[in-house]
Write a protein that binds this ligand. Structure first.
Ligand code: AP5
Ligand code: ZN
Length: 216
């Protein structure tokens, strides 16, 4: 399956993509994760992306598109993939179509995760990510068994730089202006399925699987 997850920051795209990709045995391709790995590794790509990410703005399309083309060209993505955080505007969606055309493939589904903005702010201001394995928890909704310590690997949990309330509000504005138009873009192509992304993580996963099955 070749699918895209779309939804506002904090909708649970990363959480769901991790579970779904593992159950479907396809790689999760998260542009946010790739950028963050490059920022912490101090690469040229990371240097180009950092200031945009800290402000909550989109990294320029030419940088992002080239990175995604390269990632989807790798061996493990040939049998399918789950994109998390890409595309994020109509120009990126058009680039994705071109990349897939060149591979002789097409998209099967676009899954929209719907959550209201106040819930997003609560989720992101309490989010903690593991520095070692990338696992994501929440101080109230999925509290670590030991404060500041990842339940999965025992690594250190930290708060992302872009999870300050002011930056979260800006990311939401960027979502409304640049990313939300993708919903009608994909609706027009018959690829869109939308689900409510509130409630327990397992319930959202069950809804997501049912919605994706309908498109497979
Ligand atoms: P990115 O990393 O993609 O951030 P985002 O889209 O803002 O999404 P988040 O990672 O914040 O949230 P999520 O939906 O994955 O939620 P999560 O599962 O963690 O992008 C970061 C930056 O990189 C961008 O601002 C931009 O600068 C750059 N970038 C990335 N892609 C780009 C692109 N294509 N073009 C240009 N620039 C790009 O969940 C959030 C919290 O809620 C967690 O604490 C979790 O435990 C909790 N939670 C999850 N599900 C539930 C639930 N059901 N109930 C209660 N809590 C829950
Ligand atoms: Zn960990």
């Amino acid at each position: 399956m070749r699918a895209v997850l779309v939804g506002p920051p904090g909708a649970g795209k990363g959480t769901q993509a991790q579970i779904l990709a593992s159950e479907l045995s396809i790689p999760k391709v998260s542009t946010g994760d790739i950028f963050r790995a490059n920022v912490s590794g101090g690469t040229e790509l990371g240097k180009q992306a950092k200031a945009y990410m800290d402000r909550g703005d989109l990294v320029p399309d030419e940088v992002t598109n080239a990175m995604v083309r390269d990632r989807l060209g790798q061996e493990d993505a040939q049998g399918g993939f789950l994109l998390d955080g890409f595309p994020r505007n109509v120009a990126q969606a058009e680039t994705l179509n071109k990349i897939l055309d060149d591979m002789g493939e097409r998209l099967d589904a676009v899954l929209e995760l719907q959550v209201d903005e106040e819930e997003v702010v609560k989720r992101l201001s309490g989010r903690r990510s593991c520095r070692n394995c990338g696992h994501v928890q929440h101080v109230l909704y999925d509290p670590p068994k030991r404060e500041g310590v990842c339940d999965v690997c025992g690594g250190e949990l930290f708060q992302r730089d872009d999870d300050q309330e002011e930056t979260i509000r800006h990311r939401l504005q960027v979502y409304r202006e640049q990313t939300a138009p993708l919903v009608s873009f994909y609706e027009g192509g018959g690829l869109l399925v939308s689900i409510q992304a509130t409630g327990a993580v397992e319930d959202v996963t069950a809804r997501a699987k049912e919605a994706l099955r309908a498109k497979d």
